[in-house]
Design a protein around this ligand. Sequence first.
Ligand SMILES: [Zn+2]
Ligand SMILES: [Zn+2]
Length: 178
Amino acid sequence: MEQIEKIELHVCSRCGNELDDEERDSPSLNKLSEPICDDCYRECYREYCPICEDYYDKPEKPTDTYFIVSKSSEQDAGIKAGVYHVLEYPVFSAAVGGLGSTYLWKENFELLRECDVDSMLSKIYGKGTAKLDGTEFVCECCARRFSRTTNFIQIRKRWVESALYKNIRERGIIQEGK
Ligand SMILES: [Zn+2]
Ligand SMILES: [Zn+2]
């Protein structure tokens, strides 16, 4: 019995691959509290955000889901470019297997802000940094960041002119030269 438990701890309970040293020390756990490898954990519980290029927890409910429609795909999508918040699933309807036309359930999501996220990204990070390819699901952080009605270039300008700015800089809240 003891032997079996020991063996089980060294392999991923999903793909069966052996866990590496780091994964063994602090293994990620699935919903049944069994150890799984980092790759499987990412596949099962994490989602990739194309804007911040990081992984975030897979939304557990529809209202934790956000997506962005890029300006270039506005026509294809049939909805305005901008940041959307999902209220209910489904968001799309497609034929079995996902091939062919996709239909939108427009009553199941809301537009948080009509905007061109690609051009906002270029303003912040420089030209040619467009990251969006059509309609993309993004993390809540990025969705909130781009659905603010004031973008941070305007905020920054206001700060520079205020007495607050020196204080903010000295405390490290704002970093210059970026
Ligand atoms: Zn695995
Ligand atoms: Zn993000």
